[in-house]
Design a protein around this ligand. Structure first.
Ligand code: PSV
Ligand code: MN
Length: 429
């Protein structure tokens, strides 16, 4: 199923007049502050956030899974779902595939389908955290860090195979997230596990096409509860530094212990030119995979303040455009498409607010150790209602003024259920 340009226009009609009034207010406010509204809209329009192929169905926990109905049955349908999101917000123009859940059996047809919906292929993800039926060795005790060389070899070969699939579709990055680690003290030799992981990663890095990046994700716990081989940004950064320029760290918001200062991590990685990928979600406790911005929107804003620092300074070598942005969430009770629309909106809201920070004044306040003023400057941007800016960017790009409103008005989920059935289950976590 597809949403036509006419349906979008029709849906926007009744909202446009009121929007114009609201947009005028904010564009006057920005101009008054010396910020160019058109440039801000341009930044917003350029910013695309990839949708992970595994977030299009209802996720589950180890206690249960409640299907939403009409879940995509194959890769074609997953791409169609991303096409629906992109038609509604024009900000979801990329999909990130997970192998072997999404092996493209007919890569040409898959590519064409994506092209027809204006969707490109973001980073490809390998999976050495689950055993597949046809696989020889088990990953129960690890993959790239395993004590046995034949298991490591299998995991390395899998990653190289993932690169090959990515190449067929035009991806430019491989994301590695390892479940490797240990559940009990004494179980694993930390140093040996690190060295084995590095050695395996070197073998994968050697096979990385010259215009590709290797993104190394870190996570402090789960599924292992005592230690993980790549627990934090420092370890990810260490591996990336030892591997080479094209290896970078990937920050997943859910992969930090509560209250970690993620914005500071972001600042350091950008400073070292080692931030390559970003996974958005939100959490109260750990890797909760909740809708981005649902719990800690101010933290998200502060993170964006760091992310955009070199973008707003018009530094031609800025990191921002070279980062792979992706939502990494799971939807246990919401319609996944509605949840993804909410996440994109929250991400762009934080992004837009971060663009409103008066950087010059902030820097001066910092130099003067004027703590109160520095906080006021951040709050001034954070408290601004940027929704009309986001709406204007969508309208200019032919998207829906109110994506969730239109999704509901068009009864998309009902149509998907009619087309695909109630009992469909999408591959993924
Ligand atoms: C597991 O925590 C995880 O959410 C990682 O963040 C990966 O990016 C994702 O699963 C898919 O492998
Ligand atoms: Mn992730």
């Amino acid at each position: 199923m597809m949403i036509s340009a006419e349906q979008i226009q029709e849906g926007n009609k009744r909202l446009v007049d009121h929007h114009k009034e609201e947009y005028k207010l904010i564009s006057d406010l920005l101009t008054h502050k010396g910020i160019n509204p058109d440039r801000t809209i341009e930044h917003l329009s350029d910013f695309q956030i990839a949708i992970p192929s595994w977030a299009l169905g209802s996720g589950g926990t180890r206690f249960g899974r409640f299907s939403i109905g009409g879940e995509p049955r194959n890769l074609q349908e997953k791409i169609e779902d991303v096409g629906l999101l992109h038609a509604l917000n024009r900000s979801s123009g990329a999909i990130s595939l997970h192998i072997p859940w999404d092996i493209p059996k007919d890569p040409e047809a898959i590519k064409q389908k994506a092209e027809s919906l204006d969707i490109r292929f973001d980073a490809v993800n390998s999976n050495t955290f689950q055993d597949q039926k046809i696989q020889k060795h088990s990953y129960k005790n690890g993959s790239l860090s395993h004590t046995h060389s034949d298991v490591r070899k299998q995991a390395v070969e899998h990653n190289i195979e993932v690169i090959k699939y990515g190449e067929m579709l035009g991806s430019k990055a491989l994301t590695i997230w390892l479940a490797d680690g240990s559940n009990f003290p004494g179980q694993q030799n930390f140093r040996k596990a690190f060295r084995r992981t590095l050695d395996s990663m070197k073998k994968i890095y050697d096979e990385l096409p010259s215009d590709w990046k290797m993104l190394i994700e870190y996570k402090p716990f789960e599924p292992n509860f005592y230690s993980t081989v790549i627990p934090d940004w420092g370890t990810s950064h260490l591996l990336a530094s030892k591997l080479g320029d094209r290896a970078k760290s990937l920050v997943d918001l859910g992969h930090h212990l509560p209250n970690t200062n993620i914005e500071q991590i972001v600042a350091t990685l950008i400073m070292e030119n080692k931030l390559g990928g970003f996974h958005f979600n939100d959490s109260k406790y750990a890797d909760d995979d909740l809708t981005t911005g649902a719990i800690k929107p101010y933290q998200l804003f502060l993170i964006f303040c760091e992310l955009v620092e070199d973008l707003v300074s018009d530094d031609p070598d800025h990191t921002f455009s070279n980062i792979d942005w992706m939502i990494d969430a799971s939807h246990n009770v919401k319609d996944p498409l509605e949840d993804l629309l909410q996440s994109v909106e929250a991400i762009k809201t934080a992004f837009a607010k971060s663009l409103l920070v008066d950087r010059e004044k902030l820097e001066q306040a910092r130099e003067d150790n004027d703590v109160v003023l520095a906080q006021e400057i951040l709050q001034d941007a954070y408290q601004t209602d940027v929704r009309p800016l986001l709406r204007e960017s969508r309208i200019q790009n032919g998207a829906a003024a109110d994506p969730i409103g239109l999704y509901r008005k068009l009864n998309i989920r009902k149509s998907l259920i009619a087309e695909r059935g109630v009992d469909t289950i999408a591959t993924g976590l």
